[in-house]
Design a binder for this molecule. Structure first.
Ligand SMILES: Nc1ncnc2c1ncn2[C@@H]1O[C@H](COP(=O)(O)OP(=O)(O)O)[C@@H](O)[C@H]1O
Ligand SMILES: [Mg+2]
Length: 234
């Protein structure tokens, strides 16, 4: 697919050089099986880029599982990702498969990867390096074939300095860095996005589309947009 076909297919609006660069990286890396680390502020489109990488890859007919690492309690994250054996902890009445087993042949999107506990980081590094994992409470090594696309909006080198993130895992994840620009880095796209969202909204509610006076356009352009595209869409 060309960049403009990808934009159409995934509803990506914008023509700024940084956005086009990110789309190019996503397209080129998709065909490989490399791990990708997507960085960018909240709401900038990281998950959309992860979907592009999956859909443009040879794994597109496999599963795409998105896991928000920051939303899973520390006590259950290993079991969610790697599964557990029956009786491995209080409440584990049945054995359970984890995402890495279920997603064999597909892509796992690990959103907010910097939130993973250090011990889970060790397990993740192992599965990335060897394709091997062990269910919680088991001693049997299992194999899986999963591509990982991880995302973060925190500065991982800082997290490494604070002892919160393993440096070896960072290098392994960051094989291909993909930076999704914030709206401040692509101000020229703000008005385009606004027009698209205003016309979608107008169509949905059968109302005339909002038009902006030049002063109002300038205010939107100068605004910081801490929540990026998600915030503009709301
Ligand atoms: N360039 C873009 N054009 C149009 N919509 C976009 C663009 N980037 C992101 N979006 C939309 O913005 C919202 C937030 O994107 P998401 O990928 O969830 O951000 P993040 O994961 O970085 O927080 C989604 O509804 C997504 O479809
Ligand atoms: Mg997100």
């Amino acid at each position: 697919m060309t960049i403009s076909e990808i934009k159409n297919r995934f509803g990506i609006i914008g023509n700024s050089p940084l956005l086009e660069h990110a789309l190019n990286v996503a397209r080129q890396v998709a065909a490989t099986d490399l791990t990708v680390l997507v960085t960018g502020e909240s709401g900038s489109g990281k998950e959309v880029f992860a979907q592009i990488v999956h859909q443009q890859s040879a794994r597109k007919h496999g599963a795409f599982i998105a896991v928000n690492c920051g939303a899973i309690p520390e006590g259950t994250i290993d079991s969610e990702l790697f599964g557990h054996e029956k009786g491995s902890f209080t409440g584990a009445h049945e054995a359970r498969k984890g995402y890495f087993e279920v997603c064999n042949g597909g892509t796992i999107f690990l959103d907010e990867v910097a939130e993973l506990p250090l011990l889970t980081q060790v397990r993740l590094l192992r599965v990335l390096e060897t394709g091997e994992f062990i269910k919680v409470g088991s001693s049997k090594v299992q194999k899986t074939d999963v591509r990982v696309v991880a995302a973060t909006n925190v500065n991982i080198p800082d997290a490494i300095a604070r002892g919160k993130f393993r440096e070896d895992l960072y290098y392994r994840l960051n094989t291909v860095p993909l930076h999704v620009p914030s709206l401040r880095e692509r101000k020229e796209d703000i008005h385009l996005l606004f027009r698209k969202f205003a016309s979608d909204f107008a169509e949905k509610y059968r109302m005339p589309s909002l038009m902006l006076q030049p002063e109002a356009q300038q205010i939107l352009t100068d605004y910081r947009w801490p929540g990026n595209v998600r915030q503009l869409k709301m």
